[in-house]
Design a protein around this ligand. Structure first.
Ligand SMILES: [Fe+2]
Ligand SMILES: [Fe+2]
Length: 424
Protein backbone atom coordinates (compact mmCIF):
# COMPACT_ATOMS: atom_id res chain seq x y z
CA UNK A 1 0.00 0.00 0.00
CA UNK A 2 1.46 3.36 -1.00
CA UNK A 3 1.97 6.00 1.65
CA UNK A 4 0.79 9.54 0.78
CA UNK A 5 4.29 10.79 0.12
CA UNK A 6 5.51 7.62 -1.57
CA UNK A 7 4.44 8.76 -4.99
CA UNK A 8 6.58 11.20 -6.86
CA UNK A 9 5.07 13.27 -9.62
CA UNK A 10 8.16 14.22 -11.56
CA UNK A 11 10.46 17.09 -10.64
CA UNK A 12 12.01 17.28 -7.17
CA UNK A 13 10.01 20.44 -6.40
CA UNK A 14 6.77 18.77 -7.42
CA UNK A 15 7.63 15.74 -5.31
CA UNK A 16 7.61 17.91 -2.18
CA UNK A 17 4.18 19.39 -2.85
CA UNK A 18 1.35 18.13 -0.70
CA UNK A 19 -1.27 16.20 -2.57
CA UNK A 20 -4.89 17.03 -1.85
CA UNK A 21 -8.11 15.69 -3.33
CA UNK A 22 -11.43 17.55 -3.03
CA UNK A 23 -14.67 15.75 -3.85
CA UNK A 24 -18.08 17.42 -4.08
CA UNK A 25 -20.90 16.64 -6.52
CA UNK A 26 -21.81 20.35 -6.80
CA UNK A 27 -19.74 21.87 -9.64
CA UNK A 28 -20.30 25.32 -8.07
CA UNK A 29 -18.78 24.21 -4.78
CA UNK A 30 -15.84 22.66 -6.59
CA UNK A 31 -15.15 25.80 -8.61
CA UNK A 32 -15.53 27.87 -5.40
CA UNK A 33 -12.95 25.68 -3.68
CA UNK A 34 -10.65 25.87 -6.68
CA UNK A 35 -10.81 29.69 -6.67
CA UNK A 36 -10.52 29.96 -2.91
CA UNK A 37 -7.46 27.71 -2.69
CA UNK A 38 -5.71 28.83 -5.87
CA UNK A 39 -3.08 30.81 -3.94
CA UNK A 40 -1.83 27.55 -2.40
CA UNK A 41 -1.15 25.90 -5.73
CA UNK A 42 2.63 26.39 -5.44
CA UNK A 43 2.73 24.26 -2.32
CA UNK A 44 -0.32 22.08 -2.85
CA UNK A 45 -1.03 19.78 -5.76
CA UNK A 46 -4.83 19.92 -5.69
CA UNK A 47 -7.23 17.71 -7.59
CA UNK A 48 -10.96 18.51 -7.72
CA UNK A 49 -13.58 15.93 -8.64
CA UNK A 50 -17.38 15.81 -8.71
CA UNK A 51 -17.88 12.04 -8.72
CA UNK A 52 -17.07 9.91 -5.68
CA UNK A 53 -16.74 6.63 -7.61
CA UNK A 54 -14.25 8.20 -10.02
CA UNK A 55 -12.43 9.83 -7.12
CA UNK A 56 -12.12 6.44 -5.47
CA UNK A 57 -10.59 4.97 -8.59
CA UNK A 58 -8.08 7.80 -8.57
CA UNK A 59 -7.20 7.16 -4.91
CA UNK A 60 -6.49 3.59 -5.96
CA UNK A 61 -4.02 4.80 -8.60
CA UNK A 62 -2.42 7.79 -6.87
CA UNK A 63 -1.76 8.64 -3.25
CA UNK A 64 -2.96 11.76 -1.43
CA UNK A 65 -1.92 13.39 1.82
CA UNK A 66 -5.41 14.78 2.41
CA UNK A 67 -8.86 13.97 1.04
CA UNK A 68 -11.72 16.42 1.66
CA UNK A 69 -15.16 15.10 0.79
CA UNK A 70 -18.67 16.46 0.80
CA UNK A 71 -21.11 14.36 2.84
CA UNK A 72 -24.22 14.34 0.69
CA UNK A 73 -23.48 13.03 -2.78
CA UNK A 74 -25.57 10.93 -5.16
CA UNK A 75 -24.49 7.31 -5.67
CA UNK A 76 -21.96 7.16 -2.88
CA UNK A 77 -22.21 9.37 0.22
CA UNK A 78 -19.10 10.98 1.71
CA UNK A 79 -19.01 8.58 4.67
CA UNK A 80 -18.92 5.51 2.44
CA UNK A 81 -16.40 7.15 0.13
CA UNK A 82 -14.02 8.01 3.01
CA UNK A 83 -14.40 4.53 4.51
CA UNK A 84 -13.15 3.13 1.20
CA UNK A 85 -10.33 5.68 1.11
CA UNK A 86 -9.39 4.64 4.67
CA UNK A 87 -9.28 1.00 3.63
CA UNK A 88 -7.06 1.76 0.63
CA UNK A 89 -4.74 4.29 2.26
CA UNK A 90 -5.08 4.49 6.05
CA UNK A 91 -2.50 7.27 6.45
CA UNK A 92 -4.38 9.75 4.28
CA UNK A 93 -5.92 12.47 6.44
CA UNK A 94 -9.66 12.50 5.78
CA UNK A 95 -11.97 15.49 6.24
CA UNK A 96 -15.70 15.52 5.71
CA UNK A 97 -17.71 18.65 4.95
CA UNK A 98 -21.27 18.58 6.16
CA UNK A 99 -24.24 20.81 6.96
CA UNK A 100 -25.85 20.61 10.42
CA UNK A 101 -29.06 19.12 9.05
CA UNK A 102 -27.07 16.06 8.00
CA UNK A 103 -25.81 15.20 11.41
CA UNK A 104 -27.39 11.75 11.46
CA UNK A 105 -25.32 11.03 8.37
CA UNK A 106 -22.19 12.43 10.00
CA UNK A 107 -22.71 10.03 12.86
CA UNK A 108 -22.62 7.22 10.37
CA UNK A 109 -19.53 8.57 8.71
CA UNK A 110 -17.25 9.64 11.52
CA UNK A 111 -15.83 6.18 11.67
CA UNK A 112 -14.17 7.02 8.38
CA UNK A 113 -13.38 10.73 8.71
CA UNK A 114 -10.68 12.09 10.94
CA UNK A 115 -12.47 15.39 11.24
CA UNK A 116 -15.84 16.88 10.30
CA UNK A 117 -15.97 20.47 9.10
CA UNK A 118 -19.28 22.35 9.16
CA UNK A 119 -20.61 23.60 5.85
CA UNK A 120 -20.37 26.33 4.67
CA UNK A 121 -16.73 26.20 5.63
CA UNK A 122 -14.78 29.45 5.63
CA UNK A 123 -11.45 29.78 3.87
CA UNK A 124 -9.69 30.20 7.25
CA UNK A 125 -11.31 27.14 8.81
CA UNK A 126 -10.52 24.89 5.88
CA UNK A 127 -6.96 26.09 5.34
CA UNK A 128 -6.23 26.08 9.08
CA UNK A 129 -7.51 22.51 9.42
CA UNK A 130 -5.42 21.35 6.47
CA UNK A 131 -2.31 23.25 7.56
CA UNK A 132 -2.66 21.95 11.10
CA UNK A 133 -2.68 18.40 9.83
CA UNK A 134 0.50 19.17 7.85
CA UNK A 135 2.23 21.03 10.69
CA UNK A 136 1.63 18.41 13.31
CA UNK A 137 2.38 15.84 10.67
CA UNK A 138 5.79 17.43 10.14
CA UNK A 139 6.51 17.53 13.86
CA UNK A 140 5.26 14.02 14.41
CA UNK A 141 5.60 12.32 11.10
CA UNK A 142 9.28 11.78 11.00
CA UNK A 143 10.23 8.81 8.88
CA UNK A 144 10.26 6.36 11.77
CA UNK A 145 6.87 7.40 13.13
CA UNK A 146 5.44 7.27 9.64
CA UNK A 147 6.72 3.76 9.12
CA UNK A 148 5.40 2.75 12.51
CA UNK A 149 1.98 4.25 11.86
CA UNK A 150 1.84 2.45 8.53
CA UNK A 151 2.45 -0.82 10.39
CA UNK A 152 -0.34 0.08 12.80
CA UNK A 153 -2.69 0.53 9.86
CA UNK A 154 -6.01 2.23 10.35
CA UNK A 155 -6.13 4.36 13.49
CA UNK A 156 -9.31 4.66 15.56
CA UNK A 157 -11.65 7.51 14.67
CA UNK A 158 -13.14 10.20 16.80
CA UNK A 159 -16.37 9.35 18.62
CA UNK A 160 -19.63 10.21 16.86
CA UNK A 161 -21.24 11.37 20.09
CA UNK A 162 -18.25 13.59 20.81
CA UNK A 163 -18.71 15.29 17.44
CA UNK A 164 -22.40 15.77 18.11
CA UNK A 165 -21.62 17.35 21.48
CA UNK A 166 -19.07 19.63 19.82
CA UNK A 167 -21.69 20.70 17.26
CA UNK A 168 -24.20 21.39 20.05
CA UNK A 169 -21.59 23.39 21.94
CA UNK A 170 -20.81 25.39 18.83
CA UNK A 171 -24.49 26.06 18.13
CA UNK A 172 -24.47 29.41 19.96
CA UNK A 173 -27.16 28.19 22.36
CA UNK A 174 -25.80 24.94 23.80
CA UNK A 175 -28.13 23.15 26.17
CA UNK A 176 -27.17 20.72 28.94
CA UNK A 177 -30.46 18.92 28.35
CA UNK A 178 -29.74 18.35 24.64
CA UNK A 179 -26.20 17.19 25.40
CA UNK A 180 -27.62 14.72 27.92
CA UNK A 181 -30.06 13.51 25.27
CA UNK A 182 -27.27 12.99 22.72
CA UNK A 183 -25.40 10.75 25.18
CA UNK A 184 -28.59 8.96 26.32
CA UNK A 185 -29.29 7.79 22.76
CA UNK A 186 -26.32 5.42 23.05
CA UNK A 187 -27.32 3.17 25.91
CA UNK A 188 -23.97 1.41 26.25
CA UNK A 189 -22.15 4.75 26.24
CA UNK A 190 -24.45 6.32 28.88
CA UNK A 191 -24.13 3.26 31.09
CA UNK A 192 -20.34 3.39 30.92
CA UNK A 193 -20.19 7.17 31.46
CA UNK A 194 -22.54 6.96 34.46
CA UNK A 195 -20.53 4.09 35.91
CA UNK A 196 -17.41 6.26 35.70
CA UNK A 197 -19.10 9.38 37.03
CA UNK A 198 -20.47 7.41 39.99
CA UNK A 199 -17.13 5.72 40.63
CA UNK A 200 -14.58 6.72 43.19
CA UNK A 201 -12.63 8.84 40.72
CA UNK A 202 -15.00 11.76 40.94
CA UNK A 203 -15.84 11.46 44.62
CA UNK A 204 -19.31 12.97 44.08
CA UNK A 205 -21.61 13.03 47.10
CA UNK A 206 -24.76 12.34 45.09
CA UNK A 207 -25.59 9.38 42.90
CA UNK A 208 -25.80 10.55 39.30
CA UNK A 209 -28.81 9.12 37.49
CA UNK A 210 -28.57 10.53 33.99
CA UNK A 211 -26.11 12.09 31.55
CA UNK A 212 -28.04 15.39 31.96
CA UNK A 213 -27.43 15.24 35.70
CA UNK A 214 -23.75 14.47 35.06
CA UNK A 215 -23.46 17.48 32.75
CA UNK A 216 -24.90 19.75 35.46
CA UNK A 217 -22.59 18.37 38.17
CA UNK A 218 -19.36 18.02 36.19
CA UNK A 219 -19.81 20.59 33.45
CA UNK A 220 -20.23 19.92 29.76
CA UNK A 221 -16.50 19.98 29.03
CA UNK A 222 -15.64 17.27 31.54
CA UNK A 223 -18.51 15.13 30.32
CA UNK A 224 -17.42 15.60 26.70
CA UNK A 225 -13.90 14.43 27.59
CA UNK A 226 -15.30 11.38 29.39
CA UNK A 227 -17.40 10.43 26.39
CA UNK A 228 -14.24 10.46 24.27
CA UNK A 229 -12.32 8.44 26.82
CA UNK A 230 -15.05 5.80 27.09
CA UNK A 231 -15.19 5.52 23.30
CA UNK A 232 -11.44 5.02 23.05
CA UNK A 233 -10.65 2.90 26.07
CA UNK A 234 -13.56 0.53 25.67
CA UNK A 235 -13.72 -0.13 21.97
CA UNK A 236 -13.45 -3.60 20.57
CA UNK A 237 -9.95 -4.77 19.82
CA UNK A 238 -8.34 -3.05 22.77
CA UNK A 239 -7.63 -5.76 25.26
CA UNK A 240 -4.94 -6.35 27.84
CA UNK A 241 -1.61 -7.08 26.16
CA UNK A 242 1.51 -8.53 27.75
CA UNK A 243 0.13 -7.59 31.14
CA UNK A 244 -0.59 -3.98 30.13
CA UNK A 245 -4.01 -3.66 31.72
CA UNK A 246 -6.44 -1.38 29.88
CA UNK A 247 -8.40 -0.85 33.12
CA UNK A 248 -5.27 0.15 34.95
CA UNK A 249 -4.20 2.45 32.13
CA UNK A 250 -7.61 4.12 32.04
CA UNK A 251 -7.56 4.48 35.85
CA UNK A 252 -4.09 6.07 35.63
CA UNK A 253 -5.33 8.43 32.89
CA UNK A 254 -8.29 9.60 34.96
CA UNK A 255 -6.03 9.96 38.03
CA UNK A 256 -3.64 12.14 36.05
CA UNK A 257 -6.50 14.19 34.51
CA UNK A 258 -8.18 14.79 37.88
CA UNK A 259 -5.07 15.59 39.90
CA UNK A 260 -3.52 17.66 37.09
CA UNK A 261 -6.59 19.91 37.20
CA UNK A 262 -5.84 20.66 40.86
CA UNK A 263 -2.15 21.20 40.05
CA UNK A 264 -3.24 23.43 37.18
CA UNK A 265 -5.15 25.66 39.58
CA UNK A 266 -2.15 25.71 41.93
CA UNK A 267 0.16 26.99 39.18
CA UNK A 268 -2.34 29.65 38.09
CA UNK A 269 -3.90 28.20 34.93
CA UNK A 270 -7.20 29.76 33.81
CA UNK A 271 -10.54 27.89 33.55
CA UNK A 272 -10.11 26.99 29.87
CA UNK A 273 -6.63 25.65 30.49
CA UNK A 274 -7.87 23.62 33.46
CA UNK A 275 -10.52 22.04 31.21
CA UNK A 276 -7.84 21.23 28.64
CA UNK A 277 -5.76 19.69 31.42
CA UNK A 278 -8.46 17.09 32.08
CA UNK A 279 -8.68 16.11 28.43
CA UNK A 280 -4.87 16.01 28.11
CA UNK A 281 -4.67 13.85 31.24
CA UNK A 282 -7.22 11.38 29.90
CA UNK A 283 -5.27 11.00 26.67
CA UNK A 284 -1.64 11.52 27.63
CA UNK A 285 -0.86 7.78 27.36
CA UNK A 286 -3.25 6.92 24.54
CA UNK A 287 -0.20 6.08 22.40
CA UNK A 288 0.47 3.10 24.69
CA UNK A 289 -3.04 1.82 24.08
CA UNK A 290 -2.65 2.09 20.32
CA UNK A 291 0.81 0.50 20.31
CA UNK A 292 -0.23 -2.33 22.62
CA UNK A 293 -3.32 -3.09 20.56
CA UNK A 294 -1.89 -2.70 17.09
CA UNK A 295 1.84 -3.37 17.13
CA UNK A 296 2.80 -6.97 17.99
CA UNK A 297 6.43 -5.94 18.70
CA UNK A 298 5.23 -3.70 21.54
CA UNK A 299 4.71 -6.75 23.69
CA UNK A 300 8.48 -7.37 23.70
CA UNK A 301 9.11 -3.77 24.75
CA UNK A 302 6.78 -4.16 27.75
CA UNK A 303 8.50 -7.41 28.73
CA UNK A 304 11.94 -5.83 28.24
CA UNK A 305 11.03 -2.93 30.56
CA UNK A 306 9.95 -5.32 33.29
CA UNK A 307 13.09 -7.39 33.00
CA UNK A 308 15.62 -4.60 32.69
CA UNK A 309 14.03 -1.98 34.98
CA UNK A 310 13.82 0.47 32.11
CA UNK A 311 11.18 3.16 31.51
CA UNK A 312 8.69 2.66 28.67
CA UNK A 313 9.62 6.00 27.11
CA UNK A 314 13.30 5.08 26.95
CA UNK A 315 12.68 1.54 25.68
CA UNK A 316 10.27 2.80 22.99
CA UNK A 317 12.83 5.39 21.85
CA UNK A 318 15.56 2.73 21.72
CA UNK A 319 13.59 -0.02 20.06
CA UNK A 320 11.04 1.85 17.93
CA UNK A 321 12.72 5.23 17.47
CA UNK A 322 9.54 6.97 18.59
CA UNK A 323 7.55 7.04 21.80
CA UNK A 324 3.95 6.55 22.87
CA UNK A 325 3.82 10.36 23.34
CA UNK A 326 4.43 10.91 19.62
CA UNK A 327 2.01 8.19 18.55
CA UNK A 328 -0.69 9.56 20.88
CA UNK A 329 -0.19 13.16 19.75
CA UNK A 330 -0.24 12.05 16.12
CA UNK A 331 -3.62 10.40 16.62
CA UNK A 332 -5.03 13.42 18.46
CA UNK A 333 -3.80 15.68 15.67
CA UNK A 334 -5.71 13.57 13.17
CA UNK A 335 -8.80 14.13 15.27
CA UNK A 336 -8.34 17.87 15.01
CA UNK A 337 -6.91 18.51 18.45
CA UNK A 338 -4.39 21.28 18.59
CA UNK A 339 -2.57 23.70 20.86
CA UNK A 340 -2.05 22.94 24.48
CA UNK A 341 -3.66 19.47 24.61
CA UNK A 342 -1.52 18.22 21.76
CA UNK A 343 1.60 19.81 23.20
CA UNK A 344 0.96 18.25 26.60
CA UNK A 345 0.56 14.77 25.13
CA UNK A 346 3.57 15.14 22.83
CA UNK A 347 5.99 16.36 25.51
CA UNK A 348 4.64 14.86 28.73
CA UNK A 349 7.87 12.88 29.27
CA UNK A 350 10.25 15.51 27.85
CA UNK A 351 8.70 18.88 28.74
CA UNK A 352 11.97 20.70 28.06
CA UNK A 353 11.54 20.00 24.35
CA UNK A 354 8.53 22.31 24.29
CA UNK A 355 9.28 25.97 23.53
CA UNK A 356 6.54 27.42 25.73
CA UNK A 357 7.96 29.57 28.51
CA UNK A 358 5.04 30.05 30.95
CA UNK A 359 3.54 27.34 33.16
CA UNK A 360 0.84 25.68 31.09
CA UNK A 361 -1.23 22.54 30.50
CA UNK A 362 1.95 20.55 29.81
CA UNK A 363 3.41 21.57 33.18
CA UNK A 364 0.37 20.26 35.06
CA UNK A 365 0.32 16.99 33.09
CA UNK A 366 4.05 16.40 33.38
CA UNK A 367 3.99 16.86 37.16
CA UNK A 368 0.73 14.93 37.76
CA UNK A 369 1.97 12.03 35.63
CA UNK A 370 5.29 11.85 37.48
CA UNK A 371 3.52 12.05 40.87
CA UNK A 372 0.91 9.43 39.98
CA UNK A 373 3.60 7.12 38.62
CA UNK A 374 5.30 7.46 41.99
CA UNK A 375 2.13 6.94 44.08
CA UNK A 376 0.19 4.37 42.05
CA UNK A 377 1.91 3.40 38.78
CA UNK A 378 -0.13 1.63 36.11
CA UNK A 379 2.48 -1.15 36.17
CA UNK A 380 4.49 -1.64 39.35
CA UNK A 381 7.21 -3.66 37.61
CA UNK A 382 8.09 -0.94 35.14
CA UNK A 383 10.42 1.90 36.05
CA UNK A 384 9.03 5.44 35.76
CA UNK A 385 10.86 8.73 35.54
CA UNK A 386 10.64 11.55 38.11
CA UNK A 387 9.49 15.09 37.31
CA UNK A 388 12.06 17.12 35.39
CA UNK A 389 13.56 19.48 37.96
CA UNK A 390 15.42 21.61 35.37
CA UNK A 391 12.18 22.24 33.51
CA UNK A 392 10.38 23.22 36.72
CA UNK A 393 13.24 25.55 37.71
CA UNK A 394 12.95 27.32 34.36
CA UNK A 395 9.28 27.95 35.10
CA UNK A 396 10.06 29.25 38.60
CA UNK A 397 8.33 26.19 40.08
CA UNK A 398 11.31 24.40 41.59
CA UNK A 399 9.68 24.11 45.04
CA UNK A 400 6.26 22.95 43.86
CA UNK A 401 6.69 19.17 44.03
CA UNK A 402 5.89 18.54 47.74
CA UNK A 403 2.55 20.32 47.38
CA UNK A 404 1.77 18.52 44.11
CA UNK A 405 2.64 15.19 45.73
CA UNK A 406 0.18 16.01 48.54
CA UNK A 407 -2.54 16.90 46.00
CA UNK A 408 -2.09 13.59 44.19
CA UNK A 409 -1.91 11.57 47.41
CA UNK A 410 -5.04 13.22 48.84
CA UNK A 411 -6.90 12.61 45.61
CA UNK A 412 -5.92 8.95 45.57
CA UNK A 413 -6.71 8.46 49.29
CA UNK A 414 -10.18 9.99 48.81
CA UNK A 415 -10.84 7.86 45.76
CA UNK A 416 -9.82 4.74 47.71
CA UNK A 417 -12.03 5.72 50.67
CA UNK A 418 -15.05 6.09 48.39
CA UNK A 419 -14.23 2.75 46.77
CA UNK A 420 -14.03 1.01 50.14
CA UNK A 421 -17.22 2.61 51.52
CA UNK A 422 -19.05 1.51 48.38
CA UNK A 423 -17.71 -1.98 48.89
CA UNK A 424 -16.22 -1.98 45.37
FE1 LIG B 1 3.39 8.47 29.23
FE1 LIG C 1 1.20 8.30 32.25
Amino acid sequence: MASPSAKSSGSPAAAQRRRLLFVDDEPNVISGLRRMLHKHSDAWDMQFMTNAAEALERVGRESFDVVVSDMRMPGMDGGTFLAKVAAQCPQTVRFILSGNSEFHLICKSVGSAHQCLAKPCSYETLVNAINRSFRMGDALRDKILKTLVSQIGSLPSISAIYQEIMAEMGSGDPSVKRIGEIISRDIAMSAKVLQLVNSAFFGLATHVESPQHAAVLLGINTLKSLVMAVHIFHQAGFEDHAGLSIDKLSEHSIDVGMSAQKIGRLIGLNDTEVQDVFMAGLFHDIGKLILAAKLPAYRDIILHCRKKACSMYRAEAEKLGVSHSQVGAYLLSLWGFQGSILEAVLYHHRPNESHETAANVLTAIHVANAMMNEIDPPDRDILTEPADQTYLEKKGLSDILPECRKICRDYKINACKVTQSEGL
